[in-house]
Design a protein around this ligand. Structure first.
Ligand SMILES: O=P(O)(O)OC[C@@]1(O)O[C@H](CO)[C@@H](O)[C@@H]1O
Length: 409
């Protein structure tokens, strides 16, 4: 990675992304019965409509809108947003090839993203009425944050308080990484594994040494963290952020969150607040960490930001200039989770040994992906690792039992 390419201009980036799109790695669709993507549309989305419906005392109008959405995603074709919707134009452009056709024939990334937009529309999230801004996934997030697992994880921090910084750093990266497995969307469909009910977890790629090399103590860096899920993932992310600030691996951390509810458990500002409150109210080390983070928010050394592109159906290769600028000014951007990974390398069926560095050349500045494997997309594996995974006979790409830390400087 040369200095020139890591600082690629918008135009260069667009070219790189176009050439990636023009590669012969097929874009993932959902039209192959039995495939992972097909299962998400055929099973996970209808189950989610039902779960949301059951979680709120919705009005007749909302139930009718959910009925219509369910019918459309199971028997119908993709319908556009109503012209009065404020983001009608944006979706009209990205969806023009998909409207009037089967949901299953659209790119998986686009279809999922649009499904969440439509689900929010059905419950009046963007409307002018009383349900405006009511997060349909909030009950699920709240239950998780108040559960025993979080309690135990916070208590376990006391044991880490006095271990040497390097050991603590490794443990905190692992916690943030595996926190990604606790993804509520992932558990919607029957058959998704519960955290902790599978064989020993395994890292299929581990560039953590490089990650720490990019964050030397006292360099005065800004680190960008693009969050994924709230609750059991965001709590360890926040604890890692506290470590970066406390140990002076970063002078400032910008935490990027979603502008609206997405993929069930994705974090928004309200979820950051809930997690910080959960930490502050905890006893022991967790409470101390929460207190420091609360102050860091006030001091501006921790800043929460959002951008519409975080809920967009395109890969990061198509990110707008203002977001490029954000990432460009960071010493390192840490992208959490599976969806961010799909958007980073492209939601395509790549050769699993294709170079992670090559596919992320367009990204402005150094980038790290911390992700448990929950979809078909994977790159950057060593031949030997790939062989062993294939021989295992496990659904290693999609079951969340494996994880990776991949870094491009
Ligand atoms: O980004 P996350 O939270 O790690 O994962 C999102 C996810 O569960 O949603 C998709 C299915 O709906 C999958 O591609 C992916 O595994």
């Amino acid at each position: 990675m040369t200095e020139k390419t890591s600082r690629a201009s918008g135009e260069e980036a667009a070219r790189t992304s176009t050439s990636a799109a023009a590669s012969n790695a097929p874009v993932i669709l959902s039209n192959e019965a039995g495939s992972f993507a097909w299962g998400v549309l055929a099973k996970r989305h209808p189950a989610l409509v039902q779960q949301v419906r059951d979680a709120f005392p919705y009005s007749r109008r909302q139930h009718e809108a959910l009925d219509a959405l369910l019918d459309e995603i199971t028997n119908g074709v993709v319908e556009p947003l109503a012209p009065a919707e404020r983001d009608h134009e944006r979706w009209a452009v990205s969806g023009q090839e998909h409207f009037g056709r089967s949901w299953y024939d659209a790119p998986f990334l686009w279809a999922e993203s649009y499904f969440y937009r439509r689900l929010l529309g059905a419950v009046g999230y963007f409307g002018t009425g009383p349900w405006r801004g009511v997060d349909p996934f909030a009950p699920f997030k709240k239950a998780e944050l108040g559960g025993d697992a979080v309690e135990e994880e916070l208590r376990a921090l006391d044991a880490l308080a006095n271990v040497p910084a390097e050991e603590r750093a490794t443990a905190l990266v692992q916690a943030s990484l595996w926190g990604n497995r606790a993804d509520l969307g992932f558990r919607v469909a029957a058959g998704g594994p519960e955290v902790g009910d599978t064989a020993a977890p395994a890292l299929v790629a581990d560039d953590s040494v490089l990650l720490w090399q990019l964050l030397p103590v006292g360099a005065g860096s800004t680190v960008a963290v693009v969050a994924d899920n709230a609750g059991r993932e965001l709590i360890p992310d926040l604890i890692l952020i506290d470590h970066l600030l406390e140990q002076r691996h970063a002078d400032r951390v910008v935490l990027h969150v979603k502008p609206y509810p997405y993929y069930v458990s994705d974090a928004m500002t309200a979820d950051v607040v809930d997690c910080l409150r959960r930490l502050v109210e905890a006893p022991g080390e967790a409470g101390r960490i929460g207190g420091r983070l609360w102050k860091a928010m006030a001091a501006g050394t921790l800043e929460v930001r959002t951008h519409p592109f975080f809920c967009a159906p395109q890969p990061y290769g198509e990110m707008p200039e203002d977001l490029r600028g954000e990432f460009e000014s960071a010493a390192l951007t840490i992208l959490k989770g599976d969806l961010n990974y799909r958007r980073l390398v492209g939601d395509q069926l790549w050769d699993a040994t294709a170079s992670f560095a090559d596919l992320t050349t367009y990204f402005p500045g150094a980038v790290a992906a911390l992700r448990t494997l929950k979809s078909d997309v994977i790159v950057g594996l060593e031949e030997g690792t790939l062989d062993a995974l294939e021989r295992s006979g496990d659904a290693w790409r999609t079951s969340g039992t494996h994880a990776l830390i991949q870094v491009r400087q």
